[in-house]
Ligand binder design. Structure first.
Ligand code: F6P
Length: 333
């Protein structure tokens, strides 16, 4: 009886105010996602509150109202206009309680959380503590979120790293050197694999595939004997200590080896068209899900289709990496 009454109430009640937040590491395209959420919400007659400084802002009570104009001219900007500071407090029960109370106090009836797996882990706890529906929008350069083929920012980071490798290849060839290039990816090798394939790397080192460094050295030495004049080793930061790897290769092969750590350069700058378009679709769908009464989902893309999964799936399940791409690097080098 009560269940039916609730469903009927939800059918006639229309949400009035939602919040949007960016949390975790920033990703190029987050601004395009904020813009899409705000403009889709306003299109549907909702008011939008932008939470500032990520989860820290939910705990500290930092927010501003976002209208259509406030998100003008940001689709091409990297970073996030709402900012996103790393927040340890949201991992505690007290932090979650304070955030939940603040959301209720400002009358938020739904939240769109833009971020990665850490953001969604926090969002799930926040949903349980507040009862306020939360829709996740996957945005992280790492692409390590289950339930979506791609996350916002991944394509941009890959393109930045590939153009860096193209430049490094010029100098590597001129000096007949081997370069170890460390790319981001704290726990996973999605960026490294994509970048290695697109950059024509000789070797890719990722956390998902354990390799013997002596075998790597053998490949590099044999390549030289076969006429190659430079080698590129692309390494995910989660695959180990790149300084150690570069030194090891230098010692074992007797070659001149240089290390380049691309670092945060991969997270900044203008998002690619692909990242912006993905963000626009995700932002729109997130608002739609809130309006249709969904309570705890994450939007995603599977093939060409914009889809959604349970929010918990996104951070509880380990996303699969396509090992065919890894084999292809070895065949095409
Ligand atoms: O999760 C995105 C990411 O860029 C990882 O690839 C990287 O390990 C981490 O964030 C770096 O975090 P921070 O900017 O806090 O040092």
């Amino acid at each position: 009886m009560f269940g039916i009454a609730l469903i009927l109430a939800q059918m006639v009640y229309k949400m009035k105010r939602i919040g949007v937040i960016t949390a975790g590491g920033d990703a190029p395209g987050m601004n395009a996602a904020i813009r899409a959420v705000v403009r889709s919400a306003i299109y549907h007659g909702l008011e939008v509150i932008g939470i500032e400084r990520g989860y820290a802002g939910l705990i500290e009570g930092r927010y501003r109202i976002l209208d259509r104009r406030s998100v003008g001219g940001i689709i091409n900007l990297g970073g996030t206009i709402l900012r996103s500071v790393r927040c340890e407090e949201i991992k505690t029960d007290e932090g979650i309680q304070r955030a939940a109370e603040f959301m209720k106090s400002i009358g938020i009836e739904g939240l769109v959380a833009i971020g990665g797996d850490g953001t969604f882990r926090g969002a799930s706890r926040l949903y349980r503590a507040s009862g306020i529906p939360i829709i996740g929008v996957p945005a992280t350069i790492d692409n390590d979120v289950a339930g979506t083929d791609e996350t916002i920012g991944f394509d941009t980071a890959v393109n930045i790293a590939v153009s860096a490798i193209d430049k490094i290849r010029d100098t590597a060839t001129s000096h007949e050197r081997t370069f170890v290039i460390e790319v981001m990816g704290r726990k996973r090798g999605f960026i490294a694999l994509e970048v290695g394939l697109a950059g024509g790397a000789e070797v890719v080192l990722i956390p998902e595939v354990k390799v013997d460094l002596d075998e790597v050295c053998k490949v590099i030495v044999e390549d030289r004997r076969a006429g190659k004049i430079s080698s590129i080793v692309v390494m995910a930061e989660g695959a180990g200590d790149s300084r150690y790897v570069a030194n090891y290769i230098a010692q074992k092969t007797g070659q001149e080896v240089r290390l380049t750590v691309l670092g945060h350069i991969q997270r900044g700058g203008s998002p690619t068209a692909k990242s912006r378009i993905l963000a626009s679709h995700f932002g729109y769908r997130a608002v739609e899900l809130l309006l249709t009464g969904e309570r705890k989902r994450m939007v995603g893309i599977q093939g060409d289709e914009i889809t959604s999964v349970d929010l918990d799936y996104s951070w509880m399940v380990e996303k699969e990496l396509d090992l065919n791409k890894y084999r292809l690097v070895g065949i095409l080098k």
